[in-house]
Design a binder for this molecule. Structure first.
Ligand SMILES: NC(=O)c1ccc[n+]([C@@H]2O[C@H](COP(=O)([O-])OP(=O)(O)OC[C@H]3O[C@@H](n4cnc5c(N)ncnc54)[C@H](OP(=O)(O)O)[C@@H]3O)[C@@H](O)[C@H]2O)c1
Length: 229
């Protein structure tokens, strides 16, 4: 039976690469993004994979669109949910941090991924997997340079969400991976980043393939190493 994967933030960067690699592996891909009609690279991929890729309009902070995603799935099961959409927010240094921006980033990076899992969990069979795309910048143990209050705190909070999710969903047989993709050449990572999206996502899918009840709820690097909280 064909397996289904849902990817958020699928129009560019790591999300788009996840779509490509899951298609190569024979998955049906529900590629969610804010503006599918103008997502050129995703539309090209859809032309080449019309039966296997469905685009879905989804701003992850929009409850109506999250519900519509559930209707679009029409009872199809979700084998893998990749909560990939994320933002860095304005680069505000100590002294300039303000709450409106912080709330906005928290909505996208921390709150929306949990709400999406809550809303879709009924469609996840035993053996399903949830990926939370976090960052090493959310590791408190790894923080040796300070700053980045907003991004760091929203990803650290996402890590806490992931740990609780792993425990709460273990009875249902759903596993959770909290994943750092490396420093990757995307709009967010910038051109000087160390690895390309292909390398990162190849590693992340290997991590996912090795994910199960015995290692659910861990904070993984894209190469499979476990990162300290
Ligand atoms: N690149 C890195 O080095 C790096 C390192 C650590 C962690 N990460 C994490 O990896 C994930 C993907 O990053 P990336 O490098 O691919 O970033 P990116 O190139 O900036 O892409 C971000 C994606 O998230 C989407 N997005 C933002 N806000 C959204 C919203 N409200 N609803 C739906 N989609 C939204 C964007 O859609 P639009 O095009 O509509 O804006 C875009 O598709 C993020 O969670 C990021 O924090 C990346």
């Amino acid at each position: 039976m064909t397996k289904n994967v849902v990817v958020t933030g699928a129009n560019r960067g790591l999300g788009l690469e996840y779509c490509k690699q899951f298609l190569e592996k024979g998955y049906k891909v529900y590629a969610c993004c804010r503006a599918p009609e103008s997502a050129e690279d995703l539309l090209k991929l859809k032309q080449q994979n019309s039966q296997k890729l469905e685009t879905v309009p989804l701003d992850v902070t929009n409850p109506t669109q999250r519900m519509n995603l559930k209707y679009t799935l029409q009872g199809d099961q979700i084998d893998i949910l990749v909560n990939n959409a994320g933002i860095y927010g304005h680069r505000l240094n100590f002294g300039d941090v303000e709450s409106e921006e912080w709330h906005k980033v928290m909505e996208v990076n921390t709150i929306a991924p949990l709400l999406l899992v809550q809303e879709l969990v009924d469609l996840m069979p035993q053996g399903a997997k949830v990926v939370l795309m976090t960052s090493k910048m959310g590791s408190i143990a790894d923080n040796s340079s300070g700053g980045s209050y907003i991004y760091r705190s929203t990803k650290a909070a996402l890590n806490a969400v992931g740990k609780s999710l792993a425990l709460d969903l273990s009875g249902k047989g759903v596993s959770v991976a909290i994943c750092h993709p490396g420093w990757v050449q995307t709009d967010m990572g910038g051109p000087n980043a160390l690895i390309d999206t292909k390398t990162s996502v190849k590693g992340l899918i290997n991590v996912l393939e090795a994910l199960g009840p015995e290692n659910t709820g861990q904070f993984f690097n894209y190469d499979g190493a476990v990162i300290p909280w």
